[in-house]
Design a protein around this ligand. Sequence first.
Ligand code: ADP
Length: 194
Amino acid sequence: QAGRLDVIAGPMFSGKSEELMRRVRRAKIAGVNVLVLSHSLDTRSTLSAITSHTGVNIPAVPVGDVESLAEVAHAEDYDLIAIDEAQFFGPDLVVTVFELVERGATVIVEGLSVTFDGDPFEPMPTFMAVAEDVLKLTAVCTICGRDAVFHQRVGAPGHTDDESDAPATDIDASHIGGLEAYVARCREHFAPPH
Ligand code: ADP
């Protein structure tokens, strides 16, 4: 019997990690066999945990790419597989997640729905289109307090908009960050860099 796909999407600071942790905590109380996966590129992840902006964390298995994610996820018969910061894995994640769902797992995919340019951030839009359930969260605009669907970079020490020194990979490491480099913005106050 096939499982299901649940999505938690939004900009930075929208509480995606908090919501993922809430669901994982509840599943563990219910005795569900849970696997939590995070991308090892995420600097907010320590070696074995995912951490929200409020500093709360839960144990997670860090994986560097879709191949190792698939390996870990298929190693055991997990009922619930939670993937944190799914956008870091790129579009190849889609096929792997579909396989896990078809095999019977409930997969929760949590990630950024937009880049800091304000564009849709694959693979989240694809997951949102075919999920059994989508929770789309907003952050709070740091200028006016309204619902923020975007996040943007702000000039942080040692940071410029020139990304020429970024790693030569599909995954843009500059999308990673905390309060110091990004702010949440509503539609009116969002000023994309390009
Ligand atoms: P996400 O995973 O979506 O980046 P987190 O779950 O890590 O979000 O963090 C959400 C928390 O961040 C909120 O509960 C709040 O305490 C804090 N926070 C800081 N700045 C903002 C903001 N501009 N809007 C909303 N929450 C914010």
